[in-house]
Design a protein around this ligand. Sequence first.
Ligand SMILES: *[C@@H]1O[C@H](CO)[C@@H](O)[C@H](O)[C@H]1NC(C)=O
Length: 133
Amino acid sequence: MGTSNAIFSSILYCFLLATFSSAGPFISDAVLDSGASTGRALLQVKKACKVDFENKNYTILTSQCKGPAYPPDVCCNAFKQFACPFTDEINDVTTDCSYVMFSYINVYGKYPPGLFSNECKEGVQGLDCTHIK
Ligand SMILES: *[C@@H]1O[C@H](CO)[C@@H](O)[C@H](O)[C@H]1NC(C)=O
């Protein structure tokens, strides 16, 4: 009986974890990691992103988050302002959206690799987009 309870708890835990990670206005850490790693995403076959990240306006990000200091509070906030409207798309690991988005962010902003995954750390759910307009 103890065993089946443990199994049930694990299943419940996984379910809750899955629910949390897919729900709500958060940008998961996995998304940020995809910005840090350059090759890994290409090894998997992903659906092409439906968001046209090539032609987005990156000014809100690049005008605020600047080197050489790249202050984390400024940069993470600016990143959220840019990325939060696309949480559904970039959290969807079956697409290459997060990879494509970070590619263009790094092109337009000339940011060091992994800048946002290194600087932006919030809760276990990732970056909170709740209060971002
Ligand atoms: C991009 O957004 C900024 C404000 O965030 C605005 O001033 C600028 O005109 C926009 N550029 C284009 C091409 O829409």
